[in-house]
Structures are given as structure tokens and as C-alpha cells.
Design a protein around this ligand. Structure first.
Ligand SMILES: Nc1ncnc2c1ncn2[C@@H]1O[C@H](COP(=O)(O)OP(=O)(O)O)[C@@H](O)[C@H]1O
Ligand SMILES: [Mg+2]
Length: 342
């Protein structure tokens, strides 16, 4: 493809900032390897933007200092949640990945689960509430959490990398209130989920632009997340995700052809139900014949050795090719959106 000048936007204000900076550095390198010119634009914790140490300005209608396209790899709040996408959209900069609504829904575990439920996509039962509802109706909320069985999972609704999540083994004990208080440190919206004892299977989804701008959703082989040396009750927490040797990805996952097909089906339905664009990593629980969706990550960790990339690499699709496909779909969306009268 034609060489482009790409603004890779990384960092941001959330606790996933370091993870994002790693994704950003890797994307810059991959883009340069495929002949593009790429600059890392870092969003600092105070919200300022800089590229190569210089302040960056956004010019409505012109873009970011003449870059052709933006490649946001900011994870978590203020990046993956539609806010950054809205900013890029409003100043008309073509960008990689899902738009405003899909990003907002994808990051909000309550909104995403409500939308997936509308489509009848299988998932665990859940209860979602706000800090105000917690203050006013804490007894009812604890009661509904207890109806989910045990253990339950208490999470900030809009975060990632397992930050702020607690597994509560006995929802009838004080543990539940402690876990909710811990989640409320991160987000005024909290979700409590029933537990799924299935295996953790992840699959990458990528849109490819074909003839006449038609897009086709391509899925990687599913992979399984395993935790070497894990003791009973251990789960895929922050350290397991990012400490070297904390997790192992088995790809392709050692599941039956029927289970793999069901994972692909669920992933495709979830991607479309949320209105995702470009790419997403879809995480599922597989328990015998049941495939339950856990979550759709619209801005997954995206270094060349992240799960998203490794799943595609297993099918012979290399990192630079993924980057090129994403740039193509960003440009294609920009062309498409120019056809509408707003
Ligand atoms: N309902 C659940 N049942 C079983 N395990 C869960 C459940 N929810 C979360 N977990 C465990 O916690 C991890 C992180 O939860 P997840 O909802 O994926 O949060 P994040 O968005 O931070 O990745 C999962 O990968 C899984 O190991
Ligand atoms: Mg997850």
C-alpha cells in the first residue's frame, strides 16, 4: 500500500497507560517496517499531547499537523471508551478502530452486556449499578449479588487489565461490600457477575477491506489463556497478564472443532452487535458445549507479541499486515462517511 504518515496515539490518563505506551512503540516500529512514516504521539497524564518532545496541536479540518491518519492505541478510560474517537471524529481525522458508540459500549461492561443480551448472545448473569444507587440501595444490591451464586466477580464497569477486580468467594460475607468499595475507587459504575468456570478462550477479529470498499470480518484461530503453576482460585489478574511467564497462550486452543466454531460464531455476533470496526479481541469462556462471551476489547493490547497479534501470527498473518489492514479500513471509513449529508 501507499506509504502514509501515521500519528500513533498512546499513553493517556488511565491506569493502562504503560500498557498503551508499549503498544504504541510496537505499532510505530511495525509501521516503519512496512514503509510508513510513523510518529508516537503521547497523551500525558495531565492530558497534554506531544510528539518527539514537541507539543502537538489538533487543527479542525486539517488533522494532526498534516498526518494522514491517526492510529490510537490508548487502552481504558479516555482512550478506548469513545472519548478520543469523538475528538478525532469532530476535527475530522481518519482513525483506526471502532467509532464512538462501539468504543463506549465495548469498554463499559454493563452497557456491553445489556447490548449482547438484546441479541441473545450467551453470557453470565450480572448486576450493574452506580455509586448513587449503591449509596441509596446497598442492601438490595447485596441481595441481588447473592442471587448470582458464588463466587461472584466485582468489577469497575469501565477499566481493563484486571485493575480493581475482586473475586468474592462468599457474597454473604462483608467481602462483597469491601469489593464494591474497591471497585468504586476506579469508577462510579460497578458490575457484579456470576462466575463461569470455563476455560478462557480468546479470538482476534479483523476487518479486511475488499473490492469496492466492502469489508469482510476475518477471525484468527482461537487461543487459550493458561496460567502456569496456578494454584486453586488463581485467575488472570494484572500480574499474570504482564509479568513475564505469568500466562501462556496455547494457540490454536486445544478445543474441539465444534467448540472452535461456536467461539467464532459468538465472536462475530458480538463484534457486529456492538458495531465494532477495524479490530477487536473477543474473550470467551468455553465450558463443554457452552460458549459464553466475557468481553469485547475494542483496543486490545497491541504489541507484536500481544495476544491479538500472536493469534493472527499463528494463522500466518504477520504484524505489519495487520497494521496495513487497519490503516486501509480507517481510510475506507473516512471515504464512506464523506458520502453522507450530516
Ligand atoms: N464472570 C467471571 N467468571 C470467571 N472468571 C472471571 C469472570 N470475570 C472475570 N474473570 C476473571 O478475571 C479476568 C479479568 O476479567 P475481565 O472482565 O476480562 O476484566 P478486564 O477488562 O480487566 O480484562 C478474566 O480474564 C478472568 O480470569
Ligand atoms: Mg479481560
Amino acid at each position: 500500500m501507499e506509504p502514509l504518515s501515521v500519528a500513533v496515539i498512546a499513553g493517556g490518563r488511565s491506569s493502562e497507560r504503560e500498557v498503551s505506551l508499549n503498544s504504541g512503540a510496537s505499532v510505530v516500529e511495525g509501521l516503519r517496517q512496512s514503509g510508513h512514516s510513523a510518529t508516537l504521539i503521547e497523551i500525558a497524564v495531565d492530558g497534554t499531547w506531544s510528539g518527539d518532545g514537541e507539543p502537538v496541536t489538533l487543527s479542525p479540518g486539517v488533522g494532526i499537523e498534516g498526518f494522514d491518519v491517526a492510529f490510537p492505541v490508548v487502552h481504558g478510560p479516555f482512550g478506548e471508551d469513545g472519548t478520543l474517537q469523538g475528538l478525532l471524529e469532530s476535527v475530522r481525522i481518519p482513525y483506526v478502530g471502532s467509532g464512538v458508540a462501539a468504543s463506549a459500549m465495548g469498554l463499559d461492561k454493563i452497557l456491553a452486556k445489556q447490548r449482547l443480551a438484546q441479541e441473545g448472545i450467551p453470557q453470565v448473569d450480572f448486576v450493574g449499578f452506580t455509586d448513587t444507587e449503591w449509596t441509596e440501595h446497598s442492601d438490595q444490591i447485596v441481595e441481588s449479588a447473592q442471587r448470582l451464586g458464588s463466587p461472584v466477580w466485582v468489577k469497575p464497569a469501565r477499566l481493563g487489565s484486571s485493575v480493581g477486580i475482586s473475586r468474592v468467594d462468599d457474597p454473604a460475607s462483608d467481602q462483597i461490600r469491601e469489593a464494591i468499595t474497591a471497585a468504586l475507587v476506579h469508577d462510579p459504575r460497578v458490575i457484579i457477575e456470576a462466575s463461569c468456570s470455563g476455560r478462557e478462550i480468546e479470538i482476534s477479529a479483523l476487518e479486511k477491506v475488499g473490492p469496492e470498499g466492502r469489508t469482510e470480518l476475518v477471525l484468527s484461530p482461537p487461543g487459550e489463556i493458561t496460567l502456569p503453576g496456578a494454584t486453586e482460585g488463581e485467575w488472570y489478574d494484572y500480574d499474570r497478564k504482564y509479568k513475564s511467564g505469568g500466562m501462556e497462550l496455547v494457540v490454536p486452543a486445544e478445543i474441539s472443532a465444534q467448540q472452535a466454531e461456536a467461539v467464532c460464531m459468538v465472536a462475530g455476533r458480538a463484534f457486529r452487535a456492538l458495531g465494532c470496526e477495524g479490530y477487536s479481541r473477543v474473550d470467551c469462556f468455553v465450558n463443554g458445549d457452552d460458549v459464553l462471551i466475557n468481553e469485547v476489547n475494542t483496543s486490545p493490547g497491541f504489541t507484536s507479541t500481544s495476544v491479538f497479534s500472536r493469534l493472527f501470527a499463528a494463522a500466518g498473518v504477520e504484524y505489519p499486515e495487520l497494521l496495513n489492514d487497519l490503516l486501509r479500513s480507517a481510510l475506507e471509513r473516512d471515504i464512506r462517511s464523506a458520502r453522507f449529508t450530516f
